[in-house]
Write a protein that binds this ligand. Structure first.
Ligand SMILES: Cc1ncc(COP(=O)(O)O)c(C=O)c1O
Length: 356
């Protein structure tokens, strides 16, 4: 059986966690998380990193700190996980969907320009499967129209735009450390930012609005969105081996692409040298047929995210032709970090046999 994706935790990382538990440590969010945050900030070249329980709360927390009002509009790509749009609803603002570009599957700057009006306040930009897309143009548009830019970089650990790690283009970058991500805590997430005021607000917000841990004086309204040092212990080891994780993901993607290059029914969207794919995504007409064939042989795939405007909550939003076309044809192929070359070759030969 080959899973679409499963977590791969090294022996050393597992042992570190066992050692941590054996000692009388604090368990809750403490020094290990502080160290992880410092290391992740260094890795992404950001001034601040603040951990959260997942990559959904990261975004809703940033939005909450921006004090949006009911009529304020937040623009989100139609091709992303539902969390990117739901967080807008949770803070009481209005979701507007933007179509994607045919070049890179990320938000289209042309469609973004069409959707901006006086109510627009924020853009959340998703780096789909680690693709940077046209973030430079998006950044310019946001600057010109005085919009706050947030990056949903849940898929994009290890992706760089002109040598700068994603997450630094706007006020904040959101990362997810859920099970299938390049670094996993089981569940977890982080916000990176270069804005000291936002970093300070987020720290208060995630800790009951408390002035100082160990004291019960609360100057602000806040939640409890802390994580545990056990999670950070797992993640810190993975961060140490991040270079090999990135290398392996790139190798997996290019091996699939090479093996399937002569198959005219399968469309790949290229990855640039500095982009790291989270998984391997292919696009084809007979996506249901391929999924079933592979499943019968014990090979598990997953449909890519359906377009947001095909979900009940966002069905009323129309006219998003590019995302409506591609999101219904996409499949994530097996992409775990321990996937063997011979398995990739086997999967590709099945695809080439049945899809032609
Ligand atoms: C693009 C994107 N944004 C946000 C999320 C939410 O992250 P989490 O599962 O950590 O809440 C995901 C999850 O896969 C995602 O793919």
């Amino acid at each position: 059986m080959i899973y679409q994706i499963k977590p791969v935790i090294g022996k050393k990382e597992k042992n570190n966690l066992i050692d941590y538990i054996k000692k009388d440590n604090w368990i809750t969010e403490h020094k290990v998380t502080e160290n992880f945050e410092k290391s992740f900030a260094k890795f992404t070249n950001s001034k601040y990193c603040i951990c959260f329980p997942n990559g959904t709360i990261t975004m809703s927390s940033v939005l909450d700190c921006l004090n949006l009002k009911k009529d304020d509009e937040v623009l989100v790509s139609n091709y992303t996980m539902v969390a990117t749009a739901n967080v807008v609803k949770f803070v009481g603002a209005t979701v507007k969907l933007v179509d994607i570009s045919k070049k890179d599957l990320c938000m289209s700057p042309d469609d973004l320009l069409k959707k901006i009006n006086k109510k627009t306040k924020v853009v959340i930009y998703t780096q789909m499967n680690g693709r940077v897309g046209q973030i430079d143009s998006i950044k310019k548009i946001c600057k010109k129209n005085k919009l706050v830019l947030i990056e949903d970089a849940a898929h994009a650990i290890g992706s760089y735009n002109k040598k700068i790690h994603v997450g630094n283009a706007g006020i904040a970058g959101s990362f997810s450390f859920s099970m299938p991500k390049l670094i996993t805590m089981g569940q977890g997430g982080a916000v990176v930012t270069n804005n000291s005021e936002l970093a300070k607000k987020l720290r208060l917000y995630k800790n009951f609005g408390r002035r100082k841990s160990g004291e019960d004086i609360h100057d602000y309204l806040g939640y409890n969105f802390k994580i545990t040092d056990m999670q950070s212990m797992l993640a810190i080891g993975q961060l140490r081996s991040i270079k090999s994780r990135i290398k392996k993901k790139k190798e997996i993607f290019s091996r699939y692409q090479k093996n399937l290059k002569d198959n005219l029914k399968i469309k790949f969207f290229d990855m640039k040298k500095d982009e790291t794919p989270w998984s391997v995504d292919i696009y084809l007409n007979s996506v249901n047929k391929l999924k079933k064939i592979l499943e019968k042989k014990g090979i598990f795939t997953r449909y890519v995210y359906p377009p947001l405007n095909s979900q009940k909550i966002y069905k009323h939003i129309k006219n998003l032709p590019v995302s409506n076309f591609y999101c219904k044809k996409g499949l994530w192929l097996p992409s775990s970090l321990d996937l063997k070359n011979k398995d990739i070759d086997k999967i590709c030969s099945i695809i080439n046999k049945y899809i032609y």
